[in-house]
Design a protein around this ligand. Structure first.
Ligand SMILES: O=C(O)CCC(=O)C(=O)O
Ligand SMILES: [Fe+2]
Length: 222
């Protein structure tokens, strides 16, 4: 296991894998707190936050979706595995935020402007939640996935595109960090091996646990 611990200042970009970009403290505390406020609204419904079931087993992570509802192996407009309600729309501000993420990561302006994510998976991890190694491949588009974290730190395992095993790199994602799965890393295996309780930045808006938002492009039309 390698531990990727670049000595990065806030906002400094690094590339832990080809096309994978990490920018620490990309969101400031005020923005983090605002995102947490949005999260609290999203969890109120119409589709409540829930633990998805993968092959009959509840995940330890709980998820609420925007734009399209993710259930293992597919996206639907209605949360047919929860209460049948239509998920909240994908907010315009999140499209703008996604574009700013790509711009700050160094993407060319034409790709920045073309970036139009249409779904977000918003995960909540309590202190014991984990996410096994997987690829984000239920989307038909290979547009980059933009990930934002708020709250407690986690150990994020960033692997290879072939299988769940080594080589992988363990890196610490902290409150406010931006991570992008693009280019050759778009289909890299990844997971969360642990959450580090009581490490959240003071003032981030979340007392316990961790929120992660991944915005994605489904490639689907109604
Ligand atoms: O929580 C994270 O940092 C990653 C989340 C993730 O991989 C997913 O929702 O597919
Ligand atoms: Fe993922």
């Amino acid at each position: 296991m390698t531990l990727f611990t670049p000595d990065l200042g806030p906002g400094e970009r690094s590339e832990p894998g080809p096309g994978a970009i990490l920018i620490p403290s990309w969101l400031n505390l005020e923005q983090q707190e605002w995102v947490v406020g949005q999260f609290r609204c999203w969890t109120q419904g119409p589709v409540p936050i829930r633990a998805a079931k993968v092959r009959g087993h509840e995940m330890s992570v709980r998820t609420v979706c925007l734009g399209w509802h993710w259930q293992p192996y597919k996206y639907t407009r209605e949360a047919t595995d929860v209460n049948g309600a239509r998920v909240l729309p994908f907010p315009d501000w999140m499209v703008r935020l996604g574009r700013r993420a790509l711009r700050d990561a160094g993407y060319p302006e034409d790709q920045v402007n073309a970036y139009t994510p249409d779904t977000a998976l918003v995960n909540y991890y309590d202190a014991s939640a984990r996410l096994g190694m997987h690829q984000d491949k239920d989307e038909r588009s290979l547009a980059p996935v933009v990930s934002l974290s708020v709250g407690d730190d986690c150990t994020f395992r960033f692997g290879n595109t072939e299988h769940r095993g080594k080589p992988y790199t363990d890196l610490r994602l902290r409150s406010g960090d931006l991570f992008i799965f693009g280019g050759a890393s778009r289909l890299a295996y990844h997971g969360v091996t642990r959450v580090h309780p009581c490490t959240a930045a003071d003032g981030c808006g979340l007392d316990t646990g961790r929120i992660n938002i991944t915005m994605r492009t489904t490639g689907l039309t109604d």
